[in-house]
Write a protein that binds this ligand. Structure first.
Ligand SMILES: Cc1cn([C@H]2C[C@H](O)[C@@H](COP(=O)(O)OP(=O)(O)O[C@H]3O[C@@H](C)C(=O)[C@@H](O)[C@H]3O)O2)c(=O)[nH]c1=O
Length: 185
C-alpha cells in the first residue's frame, strides 16, 4: 500500500496493492496498521456506497458539523470520478483552497479526506459506484453543503451548470462567503 500527499498535504492519495492471477485479483483495500503508520489513525464507523447512473452526476460539497465531523476514505469500484476536497478550516493556511484528483476502479486508488474539508465528486463514466468509509455516523441535522460552483472557490470542474445533475438538497447549498461568516471548523 502506497501513500502520497496531495497539494494540501492533509489530503492523501492511497494506492492499495492488487495481486492479479488467473482467477482475477485480490487487494487489501483498508489495513488499520498500514494506515496508522501513514498517519491515518481514524476509526471508521460506517461504510457508504452510492451508484450514479449517468456521467455528470455531482454530489457535494458536503460536510457534517462537529461533533459529527467525518474523515472519509473514498474509492471507486466501478467507473471514474473527479473527487474534490475543499479546506474549510478557518485557521488553516489553505482555507478556501481545494485539491482534486481522479479516482477510478481502473486505477484502484483511494483518497483520504480529513474532517474540516468539504467533499464532492462528479462522475466521469456512467454507472459509477463509489464506496467510502466515514469516521462518524450519519447525522442529518449536522449536514451542510457549499455550492459546487461557488465563484470564490473557483473549482475547475470538467462540466458546466447545464451538464451536471444535482440533488434538490445540493441545489440549495450555501455560498462559501456565507460559510466564511460562521465557520464550524
Ligand atoms: C450520507 C447519508 C445519506 N443517507 C440517506 C439520506 C438520503 O435519503 C439518501 C441520499 O443522501 P444524500 O443525498 O445526502 O447522498 P449524497 O449526495 O451521495 O451524499 C454524500 O455525498 C458525498 C459527496 C459525501 O461526501 C458523503 O459524505 C455524503 O454527503 O441517503 C443515509 O441514510 N446515510 C448517510 O450516511
Amino acid at each position: 500500500m502506497q501513500f502520497e500527499e496531495l497539494e494540501i498535504p492533509d489530503v492523501k492519495l492511497i494506492f492499495p496493492k492488487k495481486f492479479g492471477d488467473e482467477r482475477g485479483f485480490f487487494s487489501e483495500t483498508y489495513n488499520l496498521e498500514a494506515f496508522a503508520k501513514a498517519g491515518i489513525d481514524q476509526q471508521f464507523v460506517q461504510d457508504n456506497h452510492s451508484l450514479s447512473s449517468n456521467v455528470g452526476v455531482l454530489r457535494g460539497l458536503h460536510f457534517q458539523c462537529p461533533p459529527f465531523a467525518q474523515d472519509k476514505l473514498v474509492r471507486v469500484i466501478r467507473g471514474r470520478i473527479l473527487d474534490v476536497a475543499v479546506d474549510i478550516r478557518a485557521k488553516s493556511k489553505t482555507f478556501g483552497k481545494w485539491v482534486s484528483t481522479e479516482i477510478s476502479a481502473e486505477d484502484w486508488n483511494q483518497i483520504f479526506i480529513p474532517a474540516g474539508f468539504a467533499h464532492g465528486f462528479v462522475t466521469l463514466e456512467p454507472d459509477t459506484e463509489v464506496n467510502y468509509k466515514v469516521s462518524a455516523p450519519y447525522a442529518p441535522e449536522s449536514e451542510r453543503a457549499i455550492m459546487w460552483n461557488d465563484p470564490d472557490l473557483g473549482i475547475d470542474w470538467p462540466f458546466g451548470k447545464s451538464q451536471v445533475t444535482l440533488s434538490a438538497k445540493d441545489e440549495k447549498a450555501i455560498s462559501f462567503a456565507s460559510y466564511r461568516e460562521n465557520p464550524v471548523f
